[in-house]
Design a protein. Sequence first.
Length: 397
Amino acid sequence: MAAFKTLDSADLAGKRVLVRVDLNVPMENGRVTDATRIDSILPTIREISGKGAKVILLAHFGRPKGGPDKENSLQPLAAALSAHLGAPVAFADDCIGDVAASAIAAMKAGSVLLLENTRFHKGEEKNDPAFVAELAKLGDVYVNDAFSAAHRAHASTEGLAHKLPAYAGRTMQQEIEAISAALESPKHPVAAVVGGAKVSTKLELLGNLVKKVDILIIGGGMANTFLAAQGKHVGKSLCEKDMLDTARSILEAGKAANCTICLPVDVVVAKEFKAHAANRVVDVDHVADDEMILDAGPKSVVEVERLFEKAKTLVWNGPFGAFELQPFDAATNAAARKAADLTDAGALMSLAGGGDTVSALNQAGVGERFSYISTAGGAFLEWLEGKALPGVEALRA
Ligand code: AMP
């Protein structure tokens, strides 16, 4: 894998630096409800500002329909970012043209300016060369710190990297290094947990991981489809009947690649999909017709823990059960704690990511104790699927 350039080698003093960040944060009534993404870009902003450059932030927000609309304006984010940064953040009403150019001309070295939503121009998502050229006019250097948008080849995430000297920001760098350490050149044995609702949404991920990891632990609703593919009765469980052949071919691919595939041996079943529903533990051969599997059982957890102890590297995406409903979060919590303990002991490098996984691990109280948790969602999953991310590829030297 070709290396990418980091801020270590960037000459920034006195330069206009266009920094692509992720400010697509959840908001309610004009207030940010989760500032994780804001906090993650602060080191890069501070470093570039500290080197005496003009920090010009490019970002998208929401899904505007190719023109400006108040609902998707980044304006409220300038104040929110300023509060976290502890320094003023100016705002310009457009990300190209005279409005942007004069705001940049008025900046002092080391100051920070946020430009309006790049998606207010159709050229952003089309990666239109004319729009890329308009953006490129505004800067001398391009820094991409938005790993979470790197699976999209848009003007501000990909196109610009070909027009200006391009570098990875610190968050982008950390994310690429953590994921590479887990999948490109990991310490073996490598174990992967793939849980969550459906096989159909994680087919490519399973297909890639089965070739790359030594141990594949399948959990969540998708395990039901694998159990059904092995001829087990799964009652009313979430199960994709049209995926049984696919599940069988993944099991075969695992055998061919010498990958140990682990499925639940016992499960927690209930008759209703709700918190605190009456439930019982049964082994996978004894699920009744009116029952549904909502979590992995205690014997399965012991097996998962044993496999974690064998592993040196762990990649985790997806919960073991319907973790939003207690007590069906038990297997996810127990396995997460085990992974965190092994990580604390220096025996395991643990990497987790993808939407629900982050909330499941935070709910288990171990988010901070994993080696690395990616909040990148789609980009993280595409990397696990073995796909090249355009925003990352464009930074390779
Ligand atoms: P995903 O977005 O694919 O990672 O799936 C996460 C979702 O899978 C969560 O909302 C869980 O509640 C759900 N889930 C996990 N296990 C089960 C199960 N056995 N039955 C139904 N839903 C499940």
